[in-house]
Design a protein around this ligand. Sequence first.
Ligand code: B1H
Length: 830
Amino acid sequence: LRLGENRAKVERMFGLMDRFLKNDPATLQNDIVNHVEYTVARSRFSFDDFEAYQALTHSVRDRLIERWHDTQICFRRKDPKRLYFLSLEYLMGRSLSNSVINLGIRDQYADALSQLGFDFEVLAEQEGDAALGNGGLARLSACQMDSLATLDYPAWGYGLRYQYGLFRQVILDGYQHEQPDYWLNFGNPWEIERIHVTYTVKFYGTVEEENFKGGKHKVWVPNETVEAVAYDNLIPGYGTRNTITLRLWAAKPSDQNDMESYNTGDYINAVVNRQRAETISSILYPDDRSHQGKELRLKQQYFFVSASLQDIIRRFKDTHSNFDDFPEKVALQLNDTHPSLAIAEVMRVLVDEENLSWSRAWDISCKIFTFTTHTVLPEASEKIPVDLLGSLLPRHLQIIYEINFRFLEELKKRIGLDYDRLSRMSIIEEGAVKSIRMANLSIVCSHTVNGVSKMHAELLKTRVFKDFYELWPHKFHYKTNGVTQRRWVVVSNPSLCALISKWLGTEAWIRDMDLLVGLQEYATNGDLHEEWKMVRKVNKMRLAEYIEAMSGVKVSVDAMFDVQLKRIHEYKRQFLNILGIIHRYDCIKNMEKKDRRNVVPRVCIIGGKAAPGYEIAKKIIKLCHAVAEKINNDPDIGDLLKLVFIPDYNITVAELVIPGADLSQHLSTAGHEASGTGCMKFLMNGCLLLATADGSTIEIIEEIGADNMFLFGAKVSEVPVLRKKAPNLKVPLQFARVVRMVRNGYFGFEDYFESLCDSVEVDNDFYLLGADFESYLEAQAAADKAFIDEEKWTQMSILSTAGSGRFSSDRTIDDYAEKTWGIERCRCPA
Ligand code: B1H
């Protein structure tokens, strides 16, 4: 009888397993329609594209959840060392296409939908961007999550669930205006709210001493608490069942506050105060690379760090009781200094709450933290005023002082009483505003400090962190950034993807980008050339339609599409690009009619956001519009030159523009772009680069050769020399002329552009636009020349894609896993 009972159980189990979601068109249709009816709550006989999109998303989400459960079970069973990636920013963009492609069921969905009378692509257009980050650093986190999942690493991402993502850029009369990005307006079907995963985060208050085991023990008595609620976003790997978690925290009011106010009868104000807690996770700071020492920002940082660490420690304690095992199970990656309060928090938890001795706690901390810096300029690094930290997190300030005291004592033993050096290396900066140097704190506690390109690492060793490098050379490394080919080729450029797979005879490059070198063999193959050109042309047509829709400007697809897309910043030198365009315009105007036939037609495309308080950057945007207005309406010019500004640049816009670009510009003054990742996306898509030898482009040169790109400008080592010579530098006449045109009002608004023009005057030209101008024009002329020779151009384009293998984030992540984090793959069985 018992045997029979078991048999029934086993049968039922198998029956249940059989419930796993199928991916045939009939099942998919059934699922979608069910979600229309029961999740979206619309009649299955009448629903619009947005409702169909919602239902579709829920059906995809179900499939993600299945895999995610299996992955978590697998991780729990094998209990490998886990990586926790702490980042305040993630630029995920859209999720639908990426998810179904990584799940391997895009075509099945497309079929199922078409039988229901819907077009997958049309529904995919319904999705907004998740823009919880500013630029390169944030998109890098997103690319790295994709690689971590694809390569089966047991990893968790942690971040903040901002209610307002990066502002939307609206252009009115050529000026940037910022509008709030309330991205959760229509719900976010991708996230899973975990109301039971909440932690209390403490703020303010005092530190008291208690007697403990014959000694003194510090106790932090906070006077404000906020609840952190987890929202899980599932990240599917490609070609694997593994699906990992990006856990974002939202702030909710805590019941522990305000009892006083309730008791005193101030009910309304008590409720209003409660609500204020939510502001902690309400908005993303839109300043790329500038730190203002604002209390709310510090609150965000600690809120996110505290909740993440409580979660991580809880998971550890589920299966372990001795903190000495912590470093064998946990790697904590600090994505820049933004999460580096985690160091003080781990010390506080271990010492104050887990009662470990300081030295044991410090020993553990130094084994778990790894730090990646993304900055080149020491001025840009993060500093927190001591007063601010002391009031918000009094115990953490004490801990940081203690870390610093012990560090400086050690340092004195090593280097003696070199007070200059001691004060440079101190975690505390004395000065008008006494502050904490978050980079120093991160370096002192991390066992590995990574730069984001070879050049960046050199600068870290010789300039930015020279003192630390001399002290601890073994800590300093670099992992050149990469981007995920799943998002940046497979999702965004399906026809190029198919073409590559056809010529390589395999899709394996989607998980192993090095295979792209196989294309080199066909770089001069006429058949490939024809197909390559066709794919590129169709992408350009799609882009031309978008340009016309956005700006009303009709552009010819026979022209060279020349693109610069990135945050607007003086060091990225969009102004140089515009001055070059003015020069081109001026040349055409001054040409005899018959010579105009030799001009290579160009469509110049610029896109990017300026930080709201960054005046000069905003003037660059206005100048772009003013110049465009003049050029695009000049009947003399016609199709020879067009200039368009693409508004509201974001991930989705990038996915559309990059595949349609012939030439892309990366103009940063050498030594200023720590890495740069946009260039890698263009490269993969067969777009040629016009660039300075800066950041990761130096390594792109190594991969594809200088002949296959257009390089210009001062080298990293020349920049400081030029700056010294600056007031006596000879500026080319053409440069003076184009700046004068702007200054004298040729494009109008001369008063408004005055300070912009001042910023490139000889004795003021910090980013060396004048010094690099001639070389820039030469590179532009070389690009024109190459473009006329279609064969040559196509060959260079194929070789660009073929040489892009190294710039996959898969390579970066494998390198981090092995050399920095010490984690191993943990693959969930199929
Ligand atoms: C990069 C930032 C950054 N470097 C502060 N630093 C921020 C700093 O909100 N903040 O406070 C936000 C972002 N971002 C970029 O990182 C570098 O400029 C790029 O060169 C690099 O490619 C990218 C990824 O490593």
